[in-house]
Design a protein around this ligand. Structure first.
Ligand code: ADP
Ligand code: NA
Length: 330
């Protein structure tokens, strides 16, 4: 039996993923690869819609791919590839550009936000047509479902509209994809500012746990996490955000329910709790860090994995693209 197809793109936007990405997204993608025929794409062409340093972009693309493999995306099960390795992505995007309304693209709130931040004259046409390239990514694989957060919902709506419009004008060609709502998982907060979500765009580094940090660095950050003065280990998001965040992390990575942790640590100090958290975080991340470094140290092997995946992706993508060219008269 063929499995439904899932497509997800990830930006090569920073050199290391953080613990929020790992708990909130990556562990679920790993789980999804059994149930679905998964396409996981490092979207380097999308990254070019804002200014990039070429050497850095190339390095981040490789590091991003390596981290996903190291965290459990199995190249034998899932097609984990780099967007620019499959030429069909910009080729289909061009065709879709010709059926996308100027006003329709202009209504995308992410474009409005980002172009406002950059200034209307600085923002590129690439930024404007970003959602059309995203539609191409998805539609090339006859994708059934796309995991989307709130910020990508409008783009997936556009993808569905374009698929339907093309099918209507030129005959059934594309599968119209559905959104896939990821399981609600724990939200992870900044260790120094535990009411703000852990994010790569945090102001300071001290509250951010990076997958690729040395275990010593990670343990130190956890030992210095902000707590409070009442010294009780109890989950209470409003009154005790720091302690609650530590309990959330501990529970998410160990599988131990928060109530069990509360009773295990009853009468003990924050230092003990932090040691426990540091232990579970470093023992989870250390193999991922080590495997990532191993993959990056053997560029030929990583290139081989990515090239094999790109070939597999291209085969599927080109089948769709040939039909599209034929339908529109090319
Ligand atoms: P950032 O907020 O650092 O820019 P991204 O937006 O690139 O992170 O996050 C990619 C995915 O990682 C999100 O869709 C979400 O599922 C997950 N994620 C990011 N930050 C967190 C967090 N602090 N807690 C839980 N999940 C998170
Ligand atoms: Na974000």
């Amino acid at each position: 039996m063929t499995k439904p197809i899932i497509f997800s793109g990830m930006q090569p936007s920073s050199s290391s993923l953080h613990l929020g990405n790992y708990i909130g997204a990556l562990t679920q993608w790993v789980a999804l690869q059994d149930e679905f025929d998964a396409y996981y794409c490092v979207v380097d062409l999308h990254a070019l819609t804002v200014p990039q340093d070429p050497a850095e972009l190339r390095e981040r693309t490789r590091t991003t791919a390596a981290q996903y493999i190291a965290a459990g995306i199995d190249p034998a099960k899932s097609t984990l590839f780099v967007q620019s390795h499959v030429a069909a992505h910009p080729e289909l995007a061009w065709i879709l550009n010709t059926i996308t309304g100027f006003g329709e693209a202009g209504r995308m709130t992410q474009f409005k936000d980002k172009s406002q931040k950059q200034g209307a004259d600085q923002a590129s046409v690439g930024l404007f047509t970003y959602p059309v390239l995203m539609a191409s990514d998805i539609l090339l694989y006859q994708t059934n479902v796309v995991p989307v957060g709130e910020d990508q919902r409008q783009h997936l709506e556009l993808t569905r509209d374009l698929a339907g419009r093309f099918n209507h004008r030129f005959g059934e060609t594309f599968t119209v994809p559905e959104p896939y709502i990821l399981k609600a998982t724990a939200k992870i907060y900044d260790l120094q500012n535990p009411t703000a979500k852990m994010s790569k765009s945090a102001d300071t580094d001290a509250g951010l746990i990076r997958v690729l940090d040395e275990p010593k660095v990670t343990a130190k950050k956890i030992m210095r996490a902000v707590t409070d003065t009442d010294n009780a280990i109890r989950f209470d998001r409003d009154e005790k955000p720091g302690v609650s965040n530590l309990l959330t992390i501990f529970s998410a990575l160990s599988g131990t329910p928060i109530e069990t942790l509360e009773s295990d640590y009853a009468g003990r100090g924050y230092g003990d709790l932090k040691k426990g958290v540091a232990e579970v975080v470093t023992s989870t991340l250390e193999p991922i860090r080590a495997r990532t470094n191993e993959l990056l140290a053997d560029p030929a092997e990583l290139d081989r994995l990515l090239a094999a995946a790109a070939d597999r992706a291209a085969e599927h993508a080109n089948t769709t693209l040939r039909t599209v060219y034929d339908r529109v008269g090319l």
